[in-house]
Design a protein around this ligand. Structure first.
Ligand code: ZN
Length: 219
């Protein structure tokens, strides 16, 4: 047994040199061959870095990570803040008008439609900020959704108040853009329990729209 061992070892080495498939060192049969998904180099010594769907050599992995870091940093740079505010107002108020129109025409106060206010405000912020993503933009989107939602609620209540006036031969009208005190009065009387849920969904829509992409790595 002891004599035959070196012979066998030589044979193995010769076979490995004959098969010129790759220059990887001879390995035990059970070791799987790992090639970098980027540069195809064979990875030895357990240096491979596994991601969810690929294996990379350390050099390529660092390269890819740096590129991703750079592009992720770029998403929050050179933000057009005036554009973000204008876009959020535009989107939010347009959606508020659509909701108001829907309620006025159908006479159904279908609160779930209000959710589009958050979506539209977030979308407006995202587009007119220069397709940027940052927490500051998330806060802007949420703030403008609150304002737009408040305006929508005011406009809907205003319409019903005017209907009530007309049906009861009362004289009076509310301005389209109210002073703050009147705004708070009307909105607080028109606000119902369900509105809290719809407002929460709308705010969530706005919050996640310009949310920055996050790189999940070990470090
Ligand atoms: Zn590689």
């Amino acid at each position: 047994m002891t004599d035959s061992y070196p012979e066998n070892r030589e044979e193995v080495e010769i076979t490995a040199a004959d098969g010129v498939e790759n220059d990887s060192p001879p390995k035990a049969e059970e070791t799987e061959v790992l090639n970098c998904a980027q540069c195809q180099v064979t990875i030895t010594g357990g240096e491979e870095i596994r991601t969810d769907n690929a294996v990379f050599c350390p050099r390529c992995y660092d390269d890819i990570k740096n590129v991703l870091h750079d592009s992720l940093a770029e998403q929050s740079q050179n933000i057009n803040y005036p554009g973000a505010v204008a876009g959020g107002l535009l989107g939010g108020l347009m959606a508020a008008l659509i909701w108001w129109g829907f309620v006025t025409v159908t006479n159904i106060q279908f609160g779930l439609v209000a959710v589009i206010i958050g979506w539209a405000a977030g979308k407006g912020v995202l587009i007119l900020s220069g397709h940027k993503r940052a927490q500051s933009l998330q806060l802007i989107a949420v703030g403008l959704t609150l304002i737009s939602y408040g305006m929508a609620t005011y406009w809907v209540s205003r319409t019903f108040i005017h209907q009530y006036f007309a049906e009861n031969d009362l004289v009076g009208s509310l301005p389209l853009f109210p002073p703050p005190a009147l705004f708070m009065d009307v909105v607080s009387t028109g606000f119902q329990l369900f509105d809290v849920i719809f407002l929460a969904i709308a705010l969530w829509q706005a919050w996640k729209m310009p949310a920055p992409f996050v790189l999940k790595t070990g470090d």
